[in-house]
Design a binder for this molecule. Structure first.
Ligand code: ZN
Length: 128
């Protein structure tokens, strides 16, 4: 499944709207029922309106009624991991054992658990 997610994330990166950073990021998220949603980063001239590829994919999933994430793949040329804001958004829709793989153009990959990347996650449990 990771290969399929990688291919879809790489494909999504080709649709990146990144005229300012020139960083083309793609993501693919698999939900608990096996559905897959793609996202690319979408930049905005006001910068604050910019959204990362991971959040685009997650919001597409959630807006279609899929609120439980199973794994996520992030593709960039240099193999960047998700940013802190995206990790925080993931905690809303996944357990801390969510599998996050980030890969680069050369085919190198790293897979980490959400809880490894965001060690002191603020989760919905804190609000109960
Ligand atoms: Zn991000």
């Amino acid at each position: 499944m990771t290969n399929k997610l990688r291919d879809l994330a790489k494909d999504a990166s080709t649709r990146s709207h990144s005229p300012y950073s020139k960083a083309k990021v793609g993501s693919a998220v698999e939900t608990d029922d096996g559905s897959i949603f793609q996202g690319c980063n979408i930049e905005n001239s006001s910068f604050g309106g910019t959204v990362c590829a991971e959040r685009v994919a997650i919001w597409k999933a959630v807006s279609e009624g899929h609120k439980k994430l199973k794994r996520i793949y992030v593709y960039t040329d240099p193999g960047w991991p998700p940013c802190g804001m995206c990790l925080q958004v993931m905690t809303e829709f996944a357990q801390l054992d969510l599998e996050i793989t980030f890969g680069d153009k050369a085919g190198n990959e790293k897979t980490k658990k959400l809880g490894e990347l965001l060690t002191q996650a603020f989760t919905p449990e804190h609000l109960k």
